[in-house]
Design a protein around this ligand. Structure first.
Ligand SMILES: O=C(O)C1=N[C@H](C(=O)O)C[C@H](O)C1
Length: 299
């Protein structure tokens, strides 16, 4: 079970590779996960936003979880499964399933689309936490359509079993307020280009789609910062920003899937509708960024 101390560093919300017909490509998933683990990442997140969770069935989640566990092997890398939906009952059922599958924690997004009140959001997280598996609450208002107030986040972080927060709120306002009021549960940054800004504000690391492509570089940034070398961390980090920006020039995970397929790290860049492949213009920009085979970024 994930502890607060383990919720630090660079977590990777791994893509869910599909075959051209849309079926799971477990072979690519296993290969990619094993490669990320061997690069020293601090946590593997399956079925997050980047994993196209709205399209993944419970049966598929079970297969992905087994493949992820096999890829992790004996490494000390926590497995986090995305179980959040906009229906509390189904989020609880998926979290129970995650427990049976041997996950170390779950990632539960703020309910999207149905626009719950702040009290409703707290009640949702209480129910999920009651399952007994560590929960990482996931704030991403640009996707969910509802923003948690700071007091709501404080209340949620005080619930037993809520281990920390993944913050994709778009600024450090929330983490600044949490730090100012003495809240110490770990916060992971989910906005790739803001990782350093968040760590300066007290974040324990990041859960970042870019880590598929530059895990070792992000780990270098993280370690330099944590060992008291912020300027060296910044020098390394700034080199990654153009790549990170391209990862969001079309909706995530389409850019990263295209790049991983082009680099031969997954067999196909297939997405499930309503996500579609990136266009020619972005392909050209990604080809020019210097991360395809033989072009590794060096910090
Ligand atoms: O899947 C995730 O976890 C992430 N989702 C964010 C998004 O898709 O907007 C981005 C972040 O890098 C990780």
């Amino acid at each position: 079970m994930l502890t607060e101390q383990q919720l630090h560093g660079i977590y990777v919300p791994v893509v869910t590779p599909f075959l051209p017909g849309g079926e799971l490509d477990l072979e690519s998933f296993h290969k990619l996960s094993a490669s990320l683990v061997s690069q020293g990442i601090n946590g593997l997140v399956v079925n997050g936003t980047t994993g196209e969770s709205p399209t993944v069935t419970c049966e598929e989640l079970s297969l992905l979880s087994a493949a992820a566990k096999s890829a992790i092997g004996a490494a000390n890398v926590p497995l986090v499964l995305g179980t959040g939906t906009n229906d509390t009952r189904s989020s609880v059922q998926k979290t129970e399933l995650a427990g049976k599958l041997g996950a170390d924690a779950v990632l539960a997004v703020v309910p999207y689309y149905n626009k719950p009140s702040q009290q409703g959001i707290v009640a949702h997280f209480r129910k999920i936490a009651e399952v007994g598996l560590p929960v990482i609450a996931y704030e991403i208002p640009a996707r969910t359509g509802v923003r948690m107030e700071t007091d709501t986040v404080r209340t949620i972080l005080e619930i037993d079993g809520i281990t920390g927060l993944k913050d994709c709120s778009g600024s450090t306002e929330l983490i600044d307020a949490l730090q100012a009021s003495g809240h110490r549960k770990p916060v992971l940054c989910g906005d790739d280009t803001r990782l350093l800004e968040f760590m300066e504000a007290g974040a324990a690391g990041g859960m970042l789609v870019s880590a598929h492509v530059c895990a070792e570089d992000l780990l270098t940034v993280y370690r330099r910062f944590r060992s008291g070398r912020p300027e060296e961390a910044r020098t390394a980090f700034e080199k990654l920003i153009p790549l990170m920006n391209l990862m969001f020039e079309e909706p995530n995970p389409a850019p990263v899937k295209w790049l991983l397929a082009e680099a031969g790290q997954i067999a196909h860049g297939t997405l499930r509708l309503p996500m579609v492949e990136i266009g020619e213009e972005l392909r050209g920009k990604l080809r020019g960024i210097g991360v395809l085979p033989g072009d590794a970024l060096t910090l």
